[in-house]
Design a protein around this ligand. Structure first.
Ligand SMILES: *[C@@H]1O[C@H](CO)[C@@H](O)[C@H](O)[C@H]1NC(C)=O
Ligand SMILES: *[C@@H]1O[C@H](CO)[C@@H](O)[C@H](O)[C@H]1NC(C)=O
Ligand SMILES: [Ca+2]
Length: 232
């Protein structure tokens, strides 16, 4: 009987744990070593298919090889949305399995080091924007008329080749990630600068200050070494 009660309590605790929203302000997820296992699953509610969105993240890393900054897979496409570091001064943005490349002028970049990256997409025009440290890169166009599946597996630290899996150690993040946000709209240029400074903005889909997530493997939540102030 006591055993049953204990397992019931454990079950309840794990349920509450996975449903809890946590304020990670000034904290980061630290990925201390390269693995093809360590990752964080974000579990927000995406209420409907997306036709406009913005994603922002802040990363602190010495990597010069490929890694994923934000991997959003759907059942129909592992690269439903993917923000990907290709090599120094080059990011790619994937949507529904297609991609565009963004070249970063050296003067905008701190890479390797700390970088704040925002990307936005608008279905009506297909326009994709990518911003590094509050600076806009040249706009691209991708997947005009598409809509992003709301049934999503959203992962930090690894790049998904299948829904929730298919990780490759050579695409893993080593370092730390903080200030991860997603909005159901395209942020204005002024708002991207606000996001860079970590000022609050309305209409979050993913809110770092109220985050629903699960840590899997060797990932540690610690005070962020790269804050908005120091990254500025
Ligand atoms: C998406 O953005 C376009 C252009 O700003 C706007 O006309 C449209 O209403 C937006 N759609 C949604 C679902 O918010
Ligand atoms: C990762 O990269 C290293 C060095 O380039 C290579 O030797 C190794 O085979 C790669 N691993 C995988 C799983 O692709
Ligand atoms: Ca991959």
């Amino acid at each position: 009987m006591r055993k049953m009660l204990l397992s019931l309590l454990l079950l309840l605790a794990s349920l509450v744990g996975s449903l809890a929203l946590e304020d990670l302000d000034r904290k980061a997820f630290v990925f201390p070593v390269a693995t093809n296992t360590a990752h964080v699953v974000l579990t927000p509610t995406i209420p409907h298919p997306l036709t406009n969105f913005t994603v922002c993240v802040r990363v602190y890393t010495e990597l010069t090889r490929t890694y994923s900054l934000f991997s959003y897979a759907s059942k129909r496409d592992a690269n439903e949305i993917l923000l990907y570091f290709e090599k120094p001064y080059q990011y790619s943005f994937w949507m529904g399995g297609q991609s565009v490349i963004f070249k970063v002028p050296q003067k905008f970049s701190n890479s390797p080091g700390g970088e704040h990256v925002c990307t936005s997409w608008e279905s009506a025009t297909g326009l994709v924007e990518l911003w590094v440290n509050g600076q806009p890169l040249v706009r691209k166009s991708l997947r005009k008329g598409y809509s992003v599946s709301a049934e999503a597996s959203i992962i930090l630290g690894q790049e998904q080749d299948s829904y929730g899996g298919g990780f490759d150690i050579n695409q893993s993040l080593v370092g730390e990630i903080t200030d991860v946000y997603m909005w159901d709209r395209v942020l204005s240029p002024d708002e991207v600068v606000f996001a860079w400074h970590n000022y609050p903005l309305p209409n979050y889909l993913i809110d770092w200050k109220s985050l629903s997530y699960d840590i899997i493997g060797d990932v540690i939540a610690k005070p962020a070494l790269l804050s908005a102030q120091r990254a500025g």
